[in-house]
Design a protein around this ligand. Structure first.
Ligand SMILES: NC(=O)c1ccc[n+]([C@@H]2O[C@H](COP(=O)([O-])OP(=O)(O)OC[C@H]3O[C@@H](n4cnc5c(N)ncnc54)[C@H](O)[C@@H]3O)[C@@H](O)[C@H]2O)c1
Ligand SMILES: O=P(O)(O)OC[C@H](O)CO
Length: 343
């Protein structure tokens, strides 16, 4: 089907759901965006604005929003789910009665379900066994996309038709969509980088230098790819937009909510205050806890996650944790070249 003939539904009324829906509405695709708040849907339909999440950005007059999920999903062939990980499964369950076999369902969510250690693609496969599943992830700060800053993302799926349909639906003069078949790696890249963005925000607030930032970013990449490879991902994925690309943007931009939580912690706020003052979802906070538990269980070496966990949840002093990290045993730079055990 030609991209403009598609009917697309986006589930989620937050910043990312809105920009994704808006990209497609701007190019003439019929899009319905579902959100639970009917007054916000009305605001999008009447004022063409989402003032709660994207206050400064006018939206396409062709973007249509509704709080009726059945209506939103009617005749949709492509469905994007842009709901924080903690509510992702419940929203998919709400949508389930209105979905048909063979529909393409794509997660844009960068988090893990704690109780089951499921990534969002796994929840989709679990809840919708007859759907074709994909994951959209990359360096995509919603506010920059809304501003039409030149941006690239990754669509990952085993299903080639899904990849090409999503590329066709989202491609714009300011938005490029690259393809991948390593769904697990792409999804883990987007999820894990949130942890290191908190560490980067914290180190920025403490005035750490450029050498330090570079070390932190590169060792974060080493740690996240080590974890992902242990879970079955392809290490090469971490060289792409969904790996190092997303790590860079999230660790360097104050537009990142995870970075902002880290910055607030480094400025003396406690976790509760930092999350409260943000007022939006910062997936990394829960992800630290979930990954720490999994790394302990599988004995995966993750010193940055362990150190950050101590600072964020156990009130450890950052300087003490940093000192311990620096005094750790010497190690290999790129362990896919020189294995850590061989050093
Ligand atoms: N904002 C970005 O720059 C960006 C970019 C790429 C990916 N993401 C990812 O997209 C996901 C969503 O993020 P966001 O930025 O849109 O979040 P957000 O905080 O801006 O909005 C979350 C939305 O989800 C809705 N929601 C929460 N629980 C719900 C429930 N039970 N039922 C119905 N709606 C519910 C909220 O009402 C809100 O509209 C996150 O996993 C995030 O990591 C965000
Ligand atoms: O605002 P954050 O920290 O959730 O990051 C947003 C996107 O994931 C950046 O790609």
């Amino acid at each position: 089907m030609n991209a403009v003939q598609q009917k697309v539904a986006v589930l989620g009324g937050g910043s990312f759901g809105t920009v994704i829906a808006n990209i497609m509405a701007e190019k003439g695709i019929k899009v319905s965006q579902w959100m639970r708040d009917s007054s916000r849907a009305e605001e999008i339909n009447q004022q063409h604005m989402n003032t709660r999440y994207l206050p400064d950005y006018p939206l396409s007059e062709d973007l249509w929003a509704t709080s009726d999920i059945e209506l939103a999903l009617k005749e949709a062939t492509l469905i994007f789910v842009s709901i924080p990980s903690q509510s992702f499964r419940s929203v998919v369950q709400l949508a389930k009665p209105f979905l048909k076999a063979g529909q393409m369902v794509i997660s844009t969510t960068k988090g893990i379900e704690g109780e089951t250690f499921s990534l969002m693609s796994e929840i989709l496969k679990d809840e919708l066994p007859a759907a074709k599943v994909g994951v959209l992830s990359g360096p995509n700060l919603a506010k920059e996309v809304a501003k039409h800053q030149l941006t690239a993302t990754v669509i990952s799926s085993d299903d080639e038709a899904l990849r090409t349909d999503v590329q066709a639906a989202l491609h714009q003069s300011y938005f490029r969509v690259y393809a991948s078949s390593d769904m697990y790696g792409v999804e883990l890249g987007g999820t894990l980088k949130n942890i290191y963005a908190i560490a980067a925000g914290l180190s920025a607030a403490l005035g750490m230098g450029e050498n330090t930032k570079s070390m932190l970013l590169t060792r974060s990449l080493a740690e996240m790819s080590r974890f992902a490879v242990s879970m079955g991902a392809n290490p090469m994925t971490f060289l792409g937009l969904a790996g190092v690309g997303d790590l860079i943007v999230t660790c360097m931009s104050p537009l990142s909510r995870n970075y902002r939580v880290g910055y607030a912690l480094g400025s003396g706020e406690n976790l509760e205050e930092a999350v409260e003052s943000l007022g939006e979802v910062a997936e990394g906070v829960n992800t630290i806890r979930i990954i720490k538990a999994k790394a302990d269980e599988l004995e995966i070496y993750m010193p940055l996650v362990s150190g950050l966990y101590e600072v964020v949840f156990n009130g450890a002093h950052v300087q003490e944790v940093v000192k311990a990290l620096m005094m750790n045993e010497q190690s290999s730079d790129v362990e896919f070249v020189l294995p850590r055990e061989a050093n």
